[in-house]
Design a protein around this ligand. Structure first.
Ligand code: ZN
Length: 316
């Protein structure tokens, strides 16, 4: 068994090697860089899609945490350090979602702008008495703000402004793309509100793996229950799962859903013990793989809403 200190030493050596490799990369001068697409590194797949939608041909965007992957527990590899170092712009969510970011920025030597998409949004605090608490006091706000389409408008506006600042000569095209995309967000938002309004408020109750849908809940009047809080880095306790099973048994009209980034076994167990049916897959913190049901943010949102609506309509 390697000791912890040995493991840390090996990891530090990898980082050093990555940094040395970077020293050999020829640097493009700032002035020469204007003709090529802006190199954007987004922290996770949903933000990468928003940047691609707004930026179009003006950007070359990649995500550090890709489709179906969990950004809460991400561990950057040397290749990520290199990508970061070569970026023109870094786009992140903020609200402590990317706990690994500060160290990665420091290791890469990245000195460019870091756009925090959630800056300026009102924060959604934990509701006292809901969910559970076991030492997550450092979490002051729910980071999953993208689960409300109104917040996505805010993200898009901030991304547009950051891209315009980096590529002022393309400002008109960037503003046009952002406006067209925002119109799509608004249309979807209106559709989803109208559809949820057809389900009685006391029947909109849902169980998921981790508490990623608080913003969705507030926006569309759906109650979400989960055994895990905003982070996924620890297993839910037996008491938390037992509490959830009690709630599902006591309350009518509860539909259960698994998430693409989480282990489905806990939700499957609750279904088995309560006789409730798993109503499908929700995409919480990541897109699905390219070419599948939720490979863009708008498809993800549409898929989640339709899956929830279908599950709630079926639930007894
Ligand atoms: Zn999450």
């Amino acid at each position: 068994m390697p000791r912890v200190s040995d493991v840390l030493l090996v990891r530090r050596r990898h980082w050093l090697q990555a940094l040395l490799a970077l020293a050999l990369v020829p640097w493009a001068a700032g002035g020469q860089a204007q003709g090529r697409p802006l190199r954007v590194v987004a922290s996770f797949s949903i933000l990468a899609d928003l940047v691609a939608q707004v930026g179009g041909p003006a950007v070359d965007v990649t995500a550090l945490v890709g489709p179906d992957a969990d950004a809460h527990v991400f561990q950057p590899a040397p290749a990520d350090v290199k990508r970061m170092a070569q970026a023109d712009l870094v786009v992140v969510n903020g609200l402590h979602f990317e706990g690994w970011l500060t160290r990665l920025v420091k290791s890469s030597g990245f000195k460019g702008p870091v756009l925090v998409c959630s800056d300026g949004l009102p924060t959604r605090k934990a509701v006292p008495g809901q969910g559970h608490s076991h030492g997550h006091d450092h979490e002051t706000a729910d980071p999953h703000a993208w689960q409300d389409l109104a917040n996505a408008r805010h993200y898009v506006a901030r991304i547009r402004d950051a891209l315009v600042a980096a590529r002022p000569e393309q400002a008109a095209a960037l503003r046009e793309r952002a406006a067209a995309y925002t119109a799509q967000i608004d249309t979807l938002d209106r559709q989803i509100r109208a559809e949820f309004a057809t389900i009685p408020a006391d029947r909109r109750r849902v169980v998921t793996s981790h508490d990623a849908f608080g913003h969705f809940a507030a926006a569309y009047g759906v109650e979400f229950l989960s055994a895990q809080r905003w982070n996924t880095d620890s297993e839910p306790s037996a008491a938390d799962v037992a509490r959830l099973i009690r709630q599902v048994r006591q309350q009518r009209a509860t539909a259960l859903f698994v998430e693409n980034i989480s282990d489905p076994r806990m939700v499957q167990r609750i279904a088995k013990e309560t006789g409730a049916v798993v109503g499908g897959m929700l995409y919480s913190d990541a897109l699905s793989a390219p070419g599948t049901a939720a490979d863009t943010y708008l498809k993800l949102f549409h898929h989640n809403a339709q899956t929830l609506l279908a599950g709630l309509r079926r639930s007894p």
